[in-house]
Design a protein around this ligand. Structure first.
Ligand code: TEU
Length: 541
């Protein structure tokens, strides 16, 4: 069988609101994306993932959909979408969209009808339940964005479930009509020529039909973005239900009626459980093709952590495919997040790129990451993310990683818009603008291009099996091998230089910043090395 395209892919995430505005309304759009696709292709990536572009009141920036089969006027029209898709395909880029199926917007006509009374045709399309005797919500479930996961609706005299914002009511997947309607929306996009889906909150589709309350957390886990109560309970009844898997099998069969479609699911959970779930959701060949992990989106930058993520997944799902990212639209950008381990922003940007591209699995790059972009410092009055507004200043929210792409340091708003940008464009970010990066042949942008190119041309970087090399902190090292070709990858996760002893013969290859002198490998702070070798190679500190 031909190796599937997505296995070796680098997927570039575009956050459409912030990529390129073509109308001057301050919000990015599809025509803006189309205009910038040659830049995206120039990075050497294989696929773009578009955060939601569907009709939406934008309470959660498009993750609250009110029409699954149309484009929000903010972003353009279906014709603009078709043009964008055709242009991407001409450039050799696949396109996947973010499908937010677990919940809709409270403005979706399905919900508008559902909330009217208890007998309308959509009455059972959402998760409605009576108040307890004392008027309190039916279960103790917490919303991921804080507070109870239930909102009382006076019109029906009942509560509805929302695992996220109250503007995002959860669909009732136990209802076969809902499942059929959702499958229809997927068919709509596949018929238009889309290459696959990034499935938002893929483990939240079903809830416990018996509406059992969650037990208290055994141990309050480290949350990437802890909200007030969410980590306090073991969220076993509002998500991760076995029925999720059966639904994914249905969606997969639909996708399999088309050619080369890929489903990557965002498995929202923390710690080891997220790794176990990723394994479950990709097991066999009939569910997700790939699981998108949160595991590397947190503060942990220890070699042990990266090893546990990758090894844990491989043990749990030997045939499954993980998708690793260091940044996305929900977490602080990694150059800022991992700053305390950095020699400089530049050095940590290079080290993390070298590491990420060498991991076994599919790789995700978030727009701006290829410029070494940093988190934007936000003022309270500039916030748009409802989660941030609610929890400020304890949680700084997600606006700081969503500020506009910076294209041209000499243009107003760095060339993102001629109008007023929906989030501010600030000096520290403009310092990373594309025009400045393009003017230098050894900046971060060129480094991403080179490293992605290296990954593409060195079979060990994509297809190599990973064998771990035990070295003390702060070193992360492994060898990736295809037949008798070996590539040893060594990373120094600290700001202090490290000297290693090498037994065996090898040569440095790919992007370089270390020296290999006879049997001595010297890594600067945040240094890395790729060593090609035919025979065994031993590393010792
Ligand atoms: O995120 C799901 C999710 O679980 C995140 O809230 C994540 O846990 C958090 O941001 C970091 O721990 C997806 C989307 O990526 C996010 O933008 C949406 O707000 C959310 O779903 C609801 O649709």
């Amino acid at each position: 069988m031909m190796r599937e395209w997505w296995r070796d892919a680098v997927i570039y995430q575009i956050y459409p609101r912030s990529f390129q505005d073509s109308t001057g309304d301050g919000v990015g759009d599809l025509n803006g994306i189309t205009q910038r696709l040659p830049y995206v292709a120039s990075l050497g990536v294989d696929c773009i993932w578009l955060s939601p572009i569907f009709t939406s009141p934008q309470a959660d920036m498009g993750y609250d959909v009110s029409d699954y089969t149309d484009i929000d006027p903010l972003f353009g029209t279906l014709a603009d979408f078709d043009r964008m898709l055709a242009t991407a395909h001409e450039l050799g880029l696949k396109v996947i969209t973010d499908q937010v199926l677990s919940h809709t917007s409270d403005k979706h006509p399905w919900f508008v009808e559902s909330r009217k009374d208890r007998t309308n045709p959509k009455a059972d399309w959402y998760v409605w339940a009576d108040p307890l005797e004392d008027g309190s919500p039916p279960t103790n479930w917490h919303s991921h964005f804080g507070g109870p996961a239930w909102e009382f609706d006076a019109m029906r005299g009942q509560y509805y479930l929302h695992n996220f914002l109250s503007q995002q009511p959860d669909l009732n997947f136990h209802n076969p009509d809902v499942v059929a309607a959702i499958l229809d929306t997927a068919r709509f996009w596949l018929d238009r020529g889309l290459d696959g889906f990034r499935l938002d909150t893929v483990n939240y589709y079903f809830h416990d039909k018996k509406l059992r309350s969650n037990p208290p957390a055994k141990r309050a886990g480290p949350q990437v973005m802890a909200t007030d109560l969410y980590g306090m309970q073991d969220n076993i009844h509002n998500k991760n239900q076995p029925e999720n898997l059966a639904f994914l099998e249905q969606l997969r069969s639909l996708c399999d009626q088309y050619t080369d479609i890929m489903m990557v699911g965002e498995v929202g959970d923390m710690g080891q459980r997220s790794i176990d779930l990723m394994a479950q959701y990709t097991a066999g060949n009939g569910r997700l093709h790939m699981a998108y992990s949160f595991a590397m989106l947190g503060p942990d930058f220890s070699p042990e952590h990266f090893r546990r993520c990758i090894e844990g997944f491989q043990k749990g799902a030997p045939d499954g495919q993980p998708s690793w990212s260091f940044s996305n639209h929900d977490v602080p950008r990694h150059v800022t997040r991992w700053a305390k381990h950095a020699v400089s922003e530049d050095a940590i940007a290079r080290l993390s790129c070298a590491m990420l591209m060498s991991f076994e699995g599919t790789i995700g790059v978030y727009q701006g990451e290829e410029l070494g972009q940093t988190e934007t410092v936000m003022e309270y009055h500039e916030l748009t993310d409802l989660q941030a507004i609610r929890f400020w200043p304890g949680i700084k929210g997600r606006d700081g990683c969503r500020t506009p792409m910076v294209w041209d340091s000499t243009a107003p708003n760095a060339g993102f818009t001629t109008g007023t940008p929906w989030l501010p464009v600030k000096g520290p970010q403009v310092a990373h603008a594309v025009d400045l990066a393009e003017a230098s042949n050894d900046g971060i942008l060129q480094f991403y291009r080179d490293t992605i190119g290296f990954r593409k041309t060195h079979p060990c970087m994509t297809q190599g099996k990973t064998a771990w090399i035990k070295l003390p902190d702060p070193l992360l090292a492994f060898t990736r091998s295809v037949d008798d070709r070996h590539l040893t990858c060594v990373f120094n996760l600290s700001a202090e230089p490290v000297v290693l002893h090498v037994a065996g013969s090898g040569t440095l290859t790919g992007p370089q910043n270390a020296t290999l002198d006879a049997d001595t490998l010297t890594l600067p702070g945040n240094g890395f090395a790729f060593i090609d070798h035919a025979d065994k190679l031993k590393l010792k500190v």
